[in-house]
Design a protein around this ligand. Structure first.
Ligand SMILES: Cc1ncc(COP(=O)(O)O)c(C=O)c1O
Length: 404
């Protein structure tokens, strides 16, 4: 059980009375503990990490590395398997560029993604295919928006070099059976990347249990600051993979003739990193752990089931998700007949201070295949309540009635 008292930890909820924040799939709100951790760094330390001999730099380094330790424990990984980036998008790009520099892909090799991917897990591979002559294949969905495993299995072959899938969709909300998908990928000798931007914030994910080779997440979707992404990679793979950024901090020795890379994970952290934000991210993990990922998941399932049950009954509303809390995350993608998705989003905001998202949701191929003008999306997190869903459902009903 999550107490409503936790809402007091979120200044945006306190400073915007009556706000119903249902745009969590875009970014989450941040608790005061995270904001204070960021402030602590700026007010008390301010120094760069890894490079100063003075005590401020050493303290900043300690806090920065403590966040890495928290992250590695949270994901069931080793510390040197955790690389900080700018966001999940950069984490995926890091693998894409790194594998390309490793000459891992050749003409005719195949990369498999699914029909529910975010642009972050489409565009880097599309561009890589243009450069290398590899071929991008898309595994289909079933009618209920879950992944068609038979189609995926049929698409995987000896030509497959990488299977890269979203763990939980940011649109149709389906949760993919990543353990099974990883096994299919590995059995055919392919690498397996999981875009976990929408799963890790909401339920426990262990890199070891799902046997991902790479995993990408964003701090800002899980109570942490913007500007920090996390790339998990199996140690032997990261060791083999060339860096995607070159410069200071990621080297052990430089001469005009040749440069040697720093050991993991610094090899992938070129230049000055978002120090305050990484420290804040460590605090976000601590906060999530204190509430308990199993409690967060149970709470979201309760909210989702309630929302689905009520929204199904609204005349003029069509839902685009599995409609089953066991098969999907806390996201409802929907359409209200007669009103454009953007107008719907504005109406919800103006009438009842409800923040949702409308449009293509950075996943144009899937969303435009369902509705060429875009769809509305309500996405829930630990601080949302059943009462908020009731207000939202009443307002969607009123809007739907008005546009009949
Ligand atoms: C499934 C998924 N993958 C990747 C991303 C990209 O995250 P970021 O914009 O933080 O890089 C998002 C963001 O919405 C997402 O939902």
């Amino acid at each position: 059980m999550i107490s409503e008292k936790i809402r007091e930890d979120f200044p945006v909820l306190q400073n915007n009375k009556g706000l119903i924040y249902f745009d969590n799939a875009a970014t989450s709100l941040k608790p005061i503990q995270v904001i204070e951790a960021v402030n602590y760094y700026y007010k008390n330390l301010g120094a760069n990490v890894h490079r100063g001999n003075h005590h401020l730099s050493q303290q900043a380094t300690q806090l920065y590395e403590k966040s890495r330790k928290e992250t590695s424990k949270f994901l069931g990984a080793k510390e040197d398997e955790i690389v900080f980036t700018r966001n999940a998008t950069e984490s995926i790009n890091a693998v894409c560029v790194g594998l390309e520099r490793q000459k891992y892909f050749s003409k005719g090799d195949e990369i498999i993604i699914t029909a529910l991917e975010h642009h972050a897990n489409i565009v880097p591979w599309q561009e890589l295919c243009k450069r290398t002559g590899a071929v991008l294949k898309i595994a289909k969905l079933n009618e209920d928006f879950t992944l068609n495993m038979r189609d995926l299995q049929e698409k995987v072959s000896k030509k497959t070099k990488l299977v890269s899938v979203g763990h939980a969709s940011n649109t149709v909300a389906s949760i993919l059976p990543v353990k099974e998908i990883g096994k299919i990928a590995h059995d055919s000798g392919a690498l397996f990347l999981v875009d976990a931007a929408q799963s890790v914030p909401h339920f426990e994910v262990s890199t070891k249990k799902i046997d991902a080779d790479f995993l990408a997440i964003s701090s800002h979707k899980m109570l942490g600051p913007t500007g920090v992404g996390i790339l998990y990679g199996k140690k032997d793979l990261l060791e083999k993979m060339p860096p995607y950024n070159y410069g200071g901090s990621m080297i052990s020795k430089v001469s005009y003739e040749k440069t040697e890379w720093a050991p993991l994970p610094e090899k992938f952290e070129a230049g000055t990193m978002p120090i305050a934000e990484v420290i804040g991210f460590g605090e976000a993990i601590k906060y999530l752990k204190k509430i308990g990922m199993e409690n967060i998941h149970a709470h979201e399932k309760k909210l989702l089931s309630h929302a689905l049950e009520k929204m199904r009954k609204i005349e003029g509303v069509k839902l685009y998700c599995p409609q089953d809390a066991e098969k999907q995350g806390g996201i409802v993608l929907f359409e209200v007949k007669g009103i454009d998705a953007v107008d719907l989003g504005v109406a919800l905001d103006e009438s009842k201070n409800i923040a949702t998202r409308s449009g293509m949701h950075c996943a144009e191929p899937i969303v435009s295949s369902l509705n060429s003008k875009g769809l509305g999306r309500a996405s829930f997190y630990l601080y949302n309540t059943i009462e908020e869903i009731d207000i939202f459902v009443d307002e969607v009903t009123a809007i739907s009635n008005a546009f009949k």
